[in-house]
Design a protein around this ligand. Structure first.
Ligand SMILES: [Zn+2]
Length: 154
């Protein structure tokens, strides 16, 4: 036995994995980086984006580049938005040069994990879009968003 104590990770105690990892996310502009780091982005939206970014990074070799977080009401109207960006509940991810199968797998992964609004089960948490600022994946949450495994009858 060496005198060295077993390595601990702080939270969670033995067996818990709390290894720190860099977020696999990049930003199209300084404004978006600041919005991610210091803005008022909804916490659940952040969690879902990080979940999608981890999936994309590990299984698709795709590092997310965020192209939009917050929009003013005027910016949102000009782009034909629904107000979800203005409410800090949506994030756009660049999909330029990614194969369609990447978007399909990511959409299937996130919509398989989360229900945007159980009262409107056809509304997606993530979808691919060609409009606005260029081809992108739109990821959004609602105050009622839950993990799909917690939805009765899912
Ligand atoms: Zn969007």
């Amino acid at each position: 036995m060496s005198g060295k104590p077993p390595e601990t990770t702080g939270f969670g105690g033995a067996g818990a994995s709390a290894t720190w990892r860099e977020e696999p996310i990049e930003f199209a502009t300084e404004r978006i980086a600041e919005e991610w780091l210091k803005g008022r982005l909804n916490k659940l939206t952040r969690l879902v984006v990080l979940d999608g970014a981890r999936f994309a990074s590990e299984f698709l070799g795709w590092t997310f580049i965020l192209t939009c977080i917050w929009r003013s009401d005027d910016e949102d109207k000009a782009l034909g938005g629904t107000g979800v960006h203005a409410a800090w509940r949506a994030v756009d991810v660049r999909t330029k040069n990614r194969p369609a199968s990447d978007m399909e797998q990511l959409v299937a992964y996130l919509n398989g994990r989360y229900v945007y609004d159980p009262a409107r089960p056809s509304k997606p948490i993530a979808y691919a879009r060609e409009h606005g600022t260029g081809p992108h994946m739109h990821i959004q949450t609602h105050p009622n968003t839950i993990g799909r495994s917690f939805m009765r009858g899912a």
